[in-house]
Write a protein that binds this ligand. Sequence first.
Ligand code: ATP
Length: 385
Amino acid sequence: MSIEDSANISTQSRGTRWGERGTAAATIAAALTFEQVTRFFSKKYAVQDFSLSIAPGEIVCLLGPSGCGKTTLLRIAAGIEHPTSGRILLNGQEVSGPARYVPPEKRSVGLMFQDFALFPHLTIVENVAFGLKALDSQDARKEACAALERVGLSGYAEDYPHVLSGGEQQRVALARAIAPRPSVLLMDEPFSGLDARLRENLREETSVLLKETRATCMIVTHHAEEAMRMGDRIAIMRHGRLVQVGPAKELYATPSSIYVARMFSDINEISCQVKGGVVETPLGRFSGRALSDGEGILCVRQRALKIVNPDEGRLGRVLGSKFLGDAALLEIAVEGLDSTLLARVREEEAPEIGAEIGVKVDPDRVLIFDQTMDNGPADPVTGVN
Ligand code: ATP
């Protein structure tokens, strides 16, 4: 039986459907502030000069490739890791820094890590009640049951973790994280290891739950789509540094560098010369933001390429076509361009391989970067760009 099948069966038989709106216990959210946080390990900086303020109740997704420092930052916020320099503040009070260190259990911070391991020798309800040390056992159990109810697993309270599917165990971990009503919830890749459909369900339902609890939340993810769906804002990291932060639409429309642009969509990158803020290319003439003269890169999103009649656009030929369900991915040679382009079009509009076509570019979906815009090479240590 697949994880999805077993998850469906269980919610139908012994749990409530947790996709329905519920009433998770609300928390008093706290503002979380990173002030010039740096963490140096023996040979390298994991986090460098990271500053960010997260408003009470806000959900911020931390996005970046493996090794860019996301987990280290989360561990510092939780108090598990000490910053080499800089400060962490909760509601303006220093909890990590030169003057003060507040241990994790005193921070009202909930954690849900990638390896959320439930205790195998404790029942599900005991697992959820584990962090409720401040309450007597009866109240702890009541709170744990309420949290289990909210994730649709109250029917499993007396079972042991091994009877649950992966998705259900993740929901128990979520119940355990929200049960103490933390002011700040820190989640590190909370949906890793789940297949695509289950991941999507859990993600949507978790978003609803987080808004209900009203906790301030920081979620680490590798997935841009996940960040776009869940975050009020997205913070992009690279080599331990914050490179851009903002709502998804803003980052998508005005990325500060190719690095950020690449995170959000598949793009064609074409070398060009910038002169007076304008580039001339075989695809046409485009003007950008304040650009300095010299080498530049024209970025054309795959969906920005339109296929038209040969006499209505730049002349091209279809060299390859991949069926992607609703869409087709075309490889196109365009007259005057050294490298081929990839265009994503509606499947029913995809021309035959070998067809002569016209190519038009939607100028609103084009980005131009010049050499001053942090388009640098990969990190020499990690190989991460
Ligand atoms: P992933 O997405 O793969 O989990 P990440 O972005 O969370 O990666 P971190 O786990 O924060 O990255 O690690 C950032 C860098 O710091 C990495 O190069 C890692 O090897 C290094 N690092 C992390 N913890 C330690 C440690 N305890 N000692 C030495 N180096 C460390």
